[in-house]
Structure formats: structure tokens, C-alpha cells
Design a protein around this ligand. Structure first.
Ligand code: ZN
Length: 147
């Protein structure tokens, strides 16, 4: 187990300077997520029109993995349709929980997070932002928990 595989420079950069950090005023959709295993908390807000995510921002406090994942996810989401976002979540989930190599290849920039597959306790840190996204798209006002 080499921690370098987990904490790649890209991840540390996103943790130090998260992209899309903040809240969208008058957001069309939002949700809160919590990962009790690690204590990660995130609030995601989206601006949406015609089934496309126009903008995405997040706030919260968590570990480097959860912050980098939210930063990379919000970068990815801009301009994507709901179904594209769902599909990417599936790919991401398969790559880090099922060691799906084909899925991993399709991840693009998100592939820097696949090191978590060696650290099962950290998988939920990486997926928290995506679970929160699903809740926001389903207009689920309750806080989602990874547990
Ligand atoms: Zn965490």
C-alpha cells in the first residue's frame, strides 16, 4: 500500500485550491451530504436549465480526498446533461469499487482519484460529492449520508 497512489499531486492541488468553491445564489437544485466514516460534509448547489447543469459549486469541510473529488466533479459537471452526470457516476463508482479497468479509462481527469480503490475506507470520501449530486438532481432536501 503506497500512500503516494492516493495522494497524488493533482489531488493535493485541488485540496489546497478547490475549484468552484462557494454557493450559487438562487440555486435550482442543492443538497447536503455527510460521510460519517470520515466526517466529510459537503453542500452542493447547481444551476440547471433544460436538463443541463449550467453551473455547480460546493462548500463544506472534509479530507483531501472528499474536497478534491468535489472540486473535480464540479469542474466536470458544467454543461453536462443529467444522464451524462449519472453515467459518469456509474463509471467512477465501478472504477473504484469493482476495479473496472475499462471504466477507469473513460474517467478522464477524474481518474486521479482511482487510487482510493486500494483504501476501501476512503471510497466513501471519493463518492460523497457524487451521492450528494444524485440527491440534488432528485430534489431530495434531506441530508444524504454515505452510511
Ligand atoms: Zn474523507
Amino acid at each position: 500500500m503506497d500512500l503516494k497512489n492516493l495522494y497524488q499531486e493533482v489531488i493535493l492541488d485541488h485540496n489546497r485550491n478547490p475549484h468552484n468553491y462557494g454557493a450559487i445564489e438562487n440555486a435550482d437544485a442543492s443538497a447536503k451530504g455527510y460521510n460519517p466514516l470520515c466526517g466529510d460534509k459537503i453542500t452542493l448547489s447547481l444551476s440547471v436549465s433544460e436538463d443541463k447543469i449550467q453551473d455547480a459549486k460546493f462548500e463544506g469541510c472534509g479530507c483531501a480526498i472528499s474536497t478534491a473529488s468535489a472540486s473535480l466533479m464540479t469542474d466536470y459537471l458544467k454543461g453536462k446533461s443529467f444522464s451524462e452526470a449519472h453515467d459518469m457516476f456509474e463509471l467512477f463508482h465501478n472504477a473504484i469499487t469493482k476495479n473496472d479497468v475499462e471504466a477507469e479509462k473513460a474517467l478522464g481527469k477524474l481518474s486521479v482519484l482511482t487510487g482510493v480503490k486500494e483504501f476501501p475506507a476512503r471510497v466513501k470520501c471519493a463518492t460523497l460529492a457524487w451521492h450528494t449530486l444524485e440527491a440534488a438532481l432528485e430534489q431530495n432536501e434531506q441530508m444524504v449520508s454515505t452510511e
